[in-house]
Design a protein around this ligand. Structure first.
Ligand SMILES: Cc1ncc(COP(=O)(O)O)c(C=O)c1O
Length: 396
C-alpha cells in the first residue's frame, strides 16, 4: 500500500457491521445526553436502585480480595455460587437445576440475553419481542442475526398480553419468545394463568422461552410465577436473572442464566471464547448476597413498594393517569391528554422543572404518549418530582 493510501485511511469512515449501522441509537442514552449536560436534576430516569450494595456484601468481597481471590474461575462461574443460585431457584421459585450443567454465571442479565440469542438463533430466525420492551431486546436479536417480531401491548388493555395476538405473531421462522416480567417499562407482570398459556403456546409451536425475570423479587401484590415452573416449560426455557436490581448490585455486573443443559452448554461455549469468566470478586460478592438475602432484599423491596403507592397515587392526584405497577420500580403514566409527544413532555419537564423521566418511545413506538418514571428515588425526591410535573401540566 502506498503511503498516500495509508494516510487517507485515517480520515475516512470505517466500514462497520451492517446490522450495527442499521440499529437506532438507544432512546434512553440519547435523552440522557441532555440530562448529563445539566446540574441539579431530580432523576427518575435511570433504572437503578438508589441503595448502595448492603454492607455485608461489600465487606465479604473485600475479605475475599484480602485473602487473594483474584484469579479466573470456571467458565460457568464458581461452583459454590452456582450451587447458591440453584438453591435460590429451588427455594424461591420452585424450579430445580443441576448447578454443574444447568446454571451459568453471566456478566449481568445483559450478557445472559446476548449469549442466549447467539446460542439459539440462525440467520433470519424470528424472535418475538413484546413492546413496550426493555431497550436491549430488539438490538440483541438483530445482532445475533435474528429478526425481531413485535407484539404490542396497549394501555387500553391494561398493558396485558393478548394471547391471540401472540399466537398470530408466530410463523414457521419463529424460534423464541422474549419475556420480561415484571416489566421494564410498564411495571406489569403475568398471572399464573397467563404464564401457563404462554408455556402451552411455546410447547405447541416448539419455541424457546427466554424469560428475563430480573425484577422477580419486586413483585408486590401477587406471587412471581417463574416461567420454567409452568407445565411443559422447564426444558424449553432459559431464565435470566441477576443481582443488579433487588440486591442493589448494578456495578458488580452479576447475573445468571438457568436452563436445560444443552442450551446452557451452547451459551457457555460462546462465553468461553468471549469472556472466559465473570469477575471473581463479583462472584464472591454474589455468594454472600444470596446467602444473606433474607437480611437485605425484603426491606429494600418493601421500600420500593411504599414508593410505588406514594408515587402513583401522587400522579393520579395531580391528574396524570397511571396504572398501578405490579412489579419492578417503574411507573408508566399516560400523558396523551396534555397534547405533547413523549419526547416534548420529557424535554420540557427537564428544561423547565429540572426533572428527568424517560420518553415512552425509548421502549418502542407503542410508548408514544407515555413516560417512564423510575421510583427508585427517595420519598422527598419523589414528592419534588410530582410537584414539578404538576407545575408543568398546569402550564399546558
Ligand atoms: C428488563 C431488564 N433486563 C436486564 C437488565 C440488565 O440487567 P443487568 O444489570 O443484570 O445487566 C435490565 C436493566 O435495566 C432490565 O431492566
Amino acid at each position: 500500500m502506498s503511503p498516500s493510501h495509508r494516510s487517507s485511511s485515517t480520515t475516512r469512515a470505517h466500514r462497520l457491521n451492517e446490522t450495527l449501522v442499521a440499529l437506532p441509537p438507544s432512546g434512553i442514552r440519547e435523552f440522557f445526553e441532555l440530562v448529563i449536560a445539566m446540574d441539579d436534576i431530580i432523576s427518575l430516569g435511570v433504572g437503578e436502585p438508589d441503595f448502595v450494595t448492603p454492607w455485608n456484601v461489600r465487606e465479604y468481597a473485600m475479605f475475599t480480595l484480602e485473602r487473594g481471590d483474584t484469579s479466573y474461575t470456571s467458565n460457568k462461574g464458581i461452583l459454590a455460587l452456582r450451587r447458591e443460585i440453584a438453591g435460590y431457584m429451588a427455594h424461591r421459585f420452585g424450579v430445580t437445576y443441576d448447578p454443574e450443567n444447568e446454571v451459568l454465571v453471566t456478566v449481568g442479565a445483559s450478557q445472559g440475553l446476548d449469549l442466549s440469542m447467539r446460542a439459539i438463533l440462525n440467520p433470519g430466525d424470528e424472535a418475538i419481542v413484546i413492546e413496550p420492551s426493555y431497550v436491549a431486546y430488539k438490538p440483541m436479536v438483530a445482532l445475533a442475526g435474528g429478526v425481531p417480531v413485535v407484539v404490542t401491548l396497549r394501555y387500553e388493555n391494561n398493558f396485558r398480553l393478548d394471547l391471540a395476538e401472540l399466537r398470530a405473531a408466530v410463523t414457521p421462522r419463529t424460534r423464541a419468545i422474549l419475556l420480561n416480567y415484571p416489566s421494564n417499562p410498564t411495571g406489569g407482570t403475568f398471572t399464573k394463568e397467563e404464564c401457563r398459556h404462554i408455556a402451552a403456546l411455546a410447547e405447541e409451536y416448539d419455541l424457546i422461552l427466554i424469560s428475563d425475570e430480573i425484577y422477580a423479587e419486586m413483585t408486590y401484590d401477587q406471587e412471581h410465577y417463574c416461567m420454567a415452573d409452568q407445565p411443559g416449560a422447564r426444558d424449553r426455557t432459559i431464565v435470566l436473572n441477576g443481582f443488579s436490581k433487588a440486591f442493589a448490585m448494578t456495578g458488580w455486573r452479576m447475573g445468571f442464566a438457568a436452563g436445560p443443559a444443552d442450551l446452557i452448554a451452547g451459551m457457555t461455549k460462546i462465553f468461553q471464547y468471549s469472556m472466559l469468566s465473570a469477575p471473581i470478586m463479583s462472584q464472591n460478592a454474589a455468594i454472600e448476597a444470596l446467602r444473606k438475602r433474607h437480611q437485605n432484599v425484603p426491606h429494600m423491596v418493601e421500600t420500593f413498594n411504599q414508593r410505588r403507592r406514594l408515587f402513583v397515587e401522587g400522579l393520579r392526584a395531580i391528574g396524570i393517569d397511571c396504572h398501578m405497577p405490579e412489579g419492578a420500580f417503574y411507573a408508566y403514566p399516560c400523558i396523551r391528554k396534555f397534547g405533547l409527544s413523549s419526547r416534548e413532555f420529557c424535554t420540557r419537564l427537564l428544561k423547565e422543572e429540572r426533572i428527568a423521566v424517560v420518553p415512552g418511545t425509548a421502549f418502542g413506538p407503542a410508548g408514544e404518549g407515555f413516560v417512564r418514571c423510575a421510583y427508585a428515588a427517595g420519598f422527598q425526591e419523589l414528592e419534588q418530582a410530582l410537584e414539578g410535573m404538576k407545575n408543568l401540566i398546569g402550564r399546558l
